[in-house]
Design a protein around this ligand. Structure first.
Ligand SMILES: Cc1cc2nc3c(=O)[nH]c(=O)nc-3n(C[C@H](O)[C@H](O)[C@H](O)COP(=O)(O)O)c2cc1C
Length: 408
């Protein structure tokens, strides 16, 4: 998806090994639809050539404030005025110290100081050795730079180029792209606690086998990500799926419907929005064998009995907090036919303000989907689109329906 279409990003590189990741970050920005202007410190050019960054961004790289290519000879003014954001990745300890002091003795720091603070956000992805990161001077400088209006994108933890292990690694390019994309989104859900269930459940027959369904969890994970982008605190209760956790989202893994119910009831007690996208098994085996069920030689299959699982959405929707309006409940219905009729009936049966219908076989495992929103006013279709785009549209619909809407 072209999440950054129309955005112009100035990508600043400072001196550190993590410059090798900035080549990929630049590529991801361009793939996401952004135009990218690279500016490098002299030290950064020791780690990555401007030629590589020029080739990837499609624009000549700026390194010096004395660059005569600009008619007015003021690249620091011209480049910063055009930007929707300046992203420093990697940002060295030395550069953070310079920003904290308001220094401007080379092009990149001069450009950061000369940018119109209200219009051009500065986003910082630090990268350094763990001792440099933990040093009080670095932490003091980071606090100062944040207090001066910059947005800190955080650091990763793990093996470092110096051979040590700890905090201070630059975040991976895909993580940075996710955070920077989120940065540009309208903060429609600031102050909201959003709880999402996603994926299938797995109802065990014995230690080896069980009953599940084709839900991939993609829609629920996209909703969790979109809610986070909108500024909410997000908890995601996930059945067994193979998906990475969206950035900034708290994830709780469960297997069975009973486990999912237990987690959902506990977490719903402090949520303000509950979105139930999980494809919860309607039934579970009546008994669970501790040992693998073996063939008994009779040639007959085992007799399996089932009991109905609790209805997680209806249970949460019946809670006093939902009834009082403190918890806004949204359900999903995966049907195979007669979507509008089934979705309307399900909304009334569950007693929820908003029900989202989709056709199961057309959504399970797919990257795109179409949704039918059913509320007290009627039915509205969100036409086929990538699940993340639909999730963002759904989050806007939810935000518009919340009793006390906070926006930033
Ligand atoms: C091999 C090598 C790797 C370095 N890696 C880092 C690093 O990851 N983070 C950092 O803050 N400084 C690192 N430094 C030190 C910076 O390059 C040095 O502080 C430099 O002055 C930064 O200049 P700049 O902030 O203008 O880019 C490294 C130095 C060397 C020689």
């Amino acid at each position: 998806m072209q999440d950054l279409l129309g955005k112009h990003i100035v990508l600043g590189l400072t001196g550190g090994i993590a410059c090798y990741k900035s080549a990929e970050l630049c590529r991801l920005f361009v793939k996401a639809g952004a135009t990218v202007q690279v500016v490098m410190t002299e030290a950064a050019t020791q780690f990555m050539t401007p030629v590589t960054m020029q080739a990837l961004s499609g624009r000549p790289v700026y390194v010096s404030q004395w660059d005569v290519r600009e008619d007015n000879n003021m690249p620091h003014i011209n480049l910063s005025r055009e930007a929707d954001a300046i992203v420093l990745a990697p940002c060295s300890a030395d550069f953070i110290a310079r920003l904290a002091e308001g220094r401007s003795d080379e092009l990149l720091s001069l450009m950061c100081l000369a940018r119109p603070i209200e219009q051009v956000p500065l986003l910082i992805a630090p990268a350094m050795n763990r001792e440099m990161w933990a040093h009080p001077a670095t932490q003091r400088n980071l606090q100062q730079v944040a207090a001066d209006g910059a947005t800190m994108l955080g650091v990763g933890s793990g093996w470092q180029a110096c051979g040590e292990t700890g905090d201070g690694r630059m975040l991976e390019p895909a993580q940075l792209l996710e955070d920077i994309t989120a940065f540009f989104h309208a903060k429609l859900l600031v102050g909201q606690q959003v709880l999402v269930t996603a994926g299938p459940t797995f109802e065990a027959l014995d230690p080896i086998r069980g009953i599940t369904n084709h839900s991939s969890g993609k829609m629920g994970f996209a909703i969790a990500r979109a809610a986070r982008e909108a500024g909410a605190e997000v908890t995601l209760i996930a059945g067994p799926v193979h998906l990475p956790t969206p950035r900034g989202v708290r994830r709780i893994d469960v297997l069975s419907a009973l486990e999912m119910l237990e987690a959902a009831e506990r977490e719903a007690a402090r949520a303000s929005v509950f979105v139930a996208t999980a494809a919860v098994a309607d039934w579970r085996p009546a008994s669970h064998s501790d040992q693998k069920i073996k063939k008994d030689g009779s040639g007959l299959p085992p007799v399996l009995n089932f009991v109905e699982n609790p209805d997680i959405l209806a249970t949460v929707a019946r809670s006093p907090r939902a009834a009082s309006g403190a918890l806004f409940c949204v359900g999903f219905a995966a049907e195979s036919e007669n979507l509008a009729a089934h979705a309307k009936a399900k909304r009334e049966r569950k007693g929820i303000p908003l029900l989202v219908g989709n056709i199961g076989p057309l959504t399970f495992g797919q990257d795109d989907n179409s949704l039918l929103l059913v509320d007290a006013d009627g039915v509205r279709e969100l036409p086929r689109a990538p699940k993340l785009q639909l999730a963002r549209e759904l989050i806007a619909e939810i935000a518009a329906r919340l009793p006390t809407r906070t926006s930033a």
